[in-house]
Design a protein around this ligand. Structure first.
Ligand code: ADP
Length: 380
């Protein structure tokens, strides 16, 4: 025991002397080859020495951490305690580590760092654990976007199953009632069957919309190749929706150019866009009695290379706080009125995805009490 207690401080002291000698010896700066390589990497990279002093930062790191500069401690730019602790561990063990952490300020950010020791040629592999690395490479990656997408995906699955479970529960309930207490009640049976048909249609609409959304997502990066006449698509939509317009007692007024307006697009998808927008205007703006659908050259390009479709209703409109969220999946200003109108809450999400694929834009203007205008800006 006594021997051990005497030995430990001695060993530690001798190691400190050795380390100090090494530090003196190895006060070198990264060579051009290393700098060029690190500069070619797409993520922020720091090259530090084993004391934690920055020796080089690549251009990406200078963009993300504007204050980072050689000569300063690494902790001036990377403050996360878990990262600095991992850095010390990498120096003493000689083993690379990957750690992740969350920064709350200014906005929530998920970060990951890969910390790897670098030994210059001449350091024998066997002595590495005892020797400090010449340099330590810290590569930082921002995982925020990936995490957000993951969260969106899980939220979507949760929302979709919730939306499907409600009509399913109602269907099961009615089946059980018809098998039991209402077995011989003809009047109740007819009423229940009508509700069941309604619930089954709701499930079908939901599944159709979910499949439609995932089909569009699959092709999100492929730009449509065909050219279509946007005027014809709008007229087709008008014809398809005239029975609904009659039911809702709303007049659709078209104002379109006389000549065809040819744009790069997928006919079926653009029909989905126009049908969704006009149908929403008819359903949610019916109190205005009129829906105006106009197609005009875009404001930015009067030469006709850009076109703007505006679908305007004069109904109750949408309060400003809802506007930024309308294209989110399952977002509805009023869930009950959407359900009553056979809505799924996916219509505008589908519209947005189709327009993104077409490199087109959706803008919404609305003043509560005065109606809403949905504008699509699309180029030839
Ligand atoms: P839904 O299937 O519920 O119609 P959408 O994604 O098409 O879903 O629309 C989302 C929500 O936006 C609707 O539930 C409705 O509250 C609101 N909305 C859409 N268009 C209009 C409009 N023209 N006027 C008022 N509210 C609208």
């Amino acid at each position: 025991m006594t021997m051990a207690t005497i030995m430990v401080p001695r060993n530690a002291a001798s190691r400190r002397v050795k380390v100090k000698a090494q530090r003196e010896m190895r006060r070198m700066w990264p060579g051009t080859g290393m700098k060029v390589t690190v500069d070619a990497l797409p993520s922020p990279c720091f090259v530090a020495d084993a004391r934690g002093i920055t020796r080089y930062v690549n251009s990406e790191a200078m963009t993300v951490y504007p204050g980072a500069k050689p000569g300063d401690p690494l902790s001036f730019s990377l403050r996360a305690p878990s990262l600095l602790e991992a850095f010390d561990r990498v120096c003493s063990s000689g083993e690379a580590e990957r750690i992740s952490w969350i920064e709350k300020v200014p906005t929530e950010t998920w970060l990951e760092a890969h910390i790897a020791p670098m030994y210059m040629p001449g350091t024998a592999e066997t002595t590495r654990p005892q020797e400090l690395p010449d340099f330590v490479l810290v590569v930082v990656q921002d995982l925020t976007e990936n995490r957000r997408l993951e969260r969106m995906r899980t939220d979507f699955v949760a929302n979709a199953s919730h939306e499907l479970r409600t009509p399913l529960a109602s269907l099961t309930g009615f089946v059980e009632t018809l098998q039991g207490p209402a077995r011989d009640d003809t009047e109740a049976r007819d009423r229940f069957l009508a509700i069941m048909l309604d619930q089954a249609s709701r499930m079908r609409r939901l599944i159709d919309d979910i499949l439609s959304l995932s089909r569009i997502e699959l092709r999100a990066h492929v730009r449509p190749q065909t050219r279509v006449d946007f005027c014809e698509i709008i007229r087709h939509t008008n014809d398809a929706l005239s029975p609904l317009a009659q039911d809702m007692n709303v007049e659709i007024r078209l104002d379109l150019p006389e000549t065809p307006v040819l744009i790069a697009g997928e006919r079926d998808e653009l029909i989905q866009v126009t049908e969704n927008l006009v149908e929403n205007a008819l359903k949610y703006g019916s109190t205005g009695k009129v829906v105006d659908v106009t197609l005009t050259p875009g404001e930015a390009c009067e030469d006709g290379t850009e076109w703007q479709l505006a679908v305007r209703d004069y109904g109750e409109g949408i309060a400003p706080e809802h506007l930024p969220r309308l294209t989110e999946r399952f977002y509805r200003v009023d869930v009950d009125s959407s359900r009553a109108m056979k809505g799924t809450g996916l219509g505008l999400a589908i519209v947005k995805h189709i327009l993104t694929r077409h490199r087109a834009r959706l803008d919404v203007d609305s003043e509560p009490g005065k109606g809403a205008t949905f504008k699509v800006t699309i180029s030839e």
